[in-house]
Design a protein around this ligand. Structure first.
Ligand code: ATP
Length: 216
């Protein structure tokens, strides 16, 4: 992937303008942060990015291909938005393995690798039902990064995690960035975002109110 352009994206739901002329540009090898108050539209922008929200006007262009015109979804994308629906009676590994089979080209080794990268044990025999909140969150991240997609979209990924886990997840995300992935992350915590991101978009009332380049 070479670039993503979000151009004049607007969306009304039940008469309310949720996205209002959103414009952004993103390139691989960088982490982009979305920051803003509850309800400002971060999740909606992420949904639009991965093809889950059809805009009323404007478009998302990924390497020249327009979402919903040329392609339905980005060609290589991993997503964590809200609670993923894993099956409670299966282990974390079994859940991801089933999903990897649906997606096609992800090997069992890559599934194990993703689980290890977030600090879980692929051989853990506990079913998802028995997972703690943090473990569930980690499995959601593992699901988003397995197979190392070009585009990784994470909505509040470190919310439920303890300090040590947050640190190791951040390290993994920065590794993925350095491998050339494009990562988009929404987070309330300003410090966490500043640590992780190369560029932070400030979202206000469904539109981009500012753009900060970190480290400059
Ligand atoms: N299904 C829906 N129908 C109508 N309005 C919705 C729907 N889903 C979200 N909204 C509205 O869209 C706006 C943007 O929501 P969004 O979830 O993108 O916010 P957010 O920035 O991700 O917030 P948070 O930080 O709380 O996750 C909010 O005003 C919300 O009330």
């Amino acid at each position: 992937m070479k670039e993503i352009i979000i151009e004049g994206l607007s969306k009304k739901i039940k008469g309310t303008l949720i996205l209002d002329n959103v414009n952004m540009q993103m390139e691989p090898g960088k982490v982009y942060g979305l920051r803003g108050k509850n309800g400002c539209g971060k999740t909606m922008i992420m949904r639009a990015l991965c093809g889950l929200l059809i805009p009323d006007s404007g478009k998302v262009i990924i390497d020249g291909e327009v979402l919903h015109r040329d392609i339905k979804f980005p060609r290589s994308v991993g997503v964590l938005i809200e609670n993923p629906s894993f099956l409670p009676q299966y282990t974390g590994y079994e859940n991801l393995r089933m999903l990897s089979k649906l997606m096609g080209n992800i090997s069992d080794e890559e599934v194990r690798n993703a689980i290890e990268r977030v600090g879980l044990d692929p051989d853990d025999g506990r079913t998802y039902r028995k997972y703690s909140l943090g473990m569930k969150q980690k499995l959601g991240i593992a699901n988003a990064i397995m197979g190392e997609p070009d585009l990784i979209i994470l909505d509040e990924p470190i919310n439920a995690l303890d300090e040590q886990t947050v640190m190791s997840i951040k390290t993994e995300l920065l590794k993925l960035r350095d491998e050339g992935k494009l990562i988009v992350i929404a987070c309330h915590d300003r410090e966490e975002l500043e640590f992780l991101c190369d560029i932070i978009y400030e979202i206000k009332n469904g539109t981009v109110a500012g753009c900060e380049v970190i480290g400059e």
